[in-house]
Design a protein around this ligand. Sequence first.
Ligand code: HEC
Length: 188
Amino acid sequence: MGYETGTKMHFSLLEKLGAAVLICAWTIYGANQLSGMLVNATPLEQPAIAVAAVERAAPAEAASAGAEVDFDTLLAQADPAKGEKVFGKCKACHGVEEGGANKVGPNLWGVVGGPKAHMKDFTYSATLADMGAKGGKWGYEELNQFLISPKDYVAGTKMSFAGLKSAEDRANVIAFMRANTPNPPPLP
Ligand code: HEC
């Protein structure tokens, strides 16, 4: 009896010990597997995100770089003779000859790279006069923006002109004004 009970207890103790060892082994094995998964997952996640970021960034960068390159390229290829034809749309209000009189708009001799509101004897809109007083200059990009839509670039401008839709026309007419400017700034 005593022996049987002892044996039973012995076995059940062994069973308990065995179970404990098994649970321990499983816990350690499981933890190892889990941490292995986590360690493996971390290096995988980063390249996946990096690739996605690069894919998302690339078209935006290309588009903005493309837009800049485009107008600079157009300016580099611009033809002052073609610009003189485009200037036909400006002639009613502007002269370009040195010492020429102001008309509805100011004379534009030497305007490229010069100060905004560059003619001392012309009465500009308050906005353009203020831009000039603050040291604003007519660089290539400024002229391009103004000619896209004068009233958007100079709020309340006196220049009643819708703007030039064609980037090529803007580049050519800027080249024509550049040809009528002594010592113009270098092309971008
Ligand atoms: C209907 C008349 C009119 C037409 C057409 C016109 N302009 Fe003007 N332009 C003006 C007036 C007026 C101003 C002065 C704007 C102000 O004071 O806000 C001006 C200002 C300018 C200025 C700034 C001059 C400065 O001293 O700061 C430039 C550059 C210019 N015009 C270029 C052009 C070009 C290029 C065209 C043709 C594509 C053109 N304009 C067509 C009337 C005109």
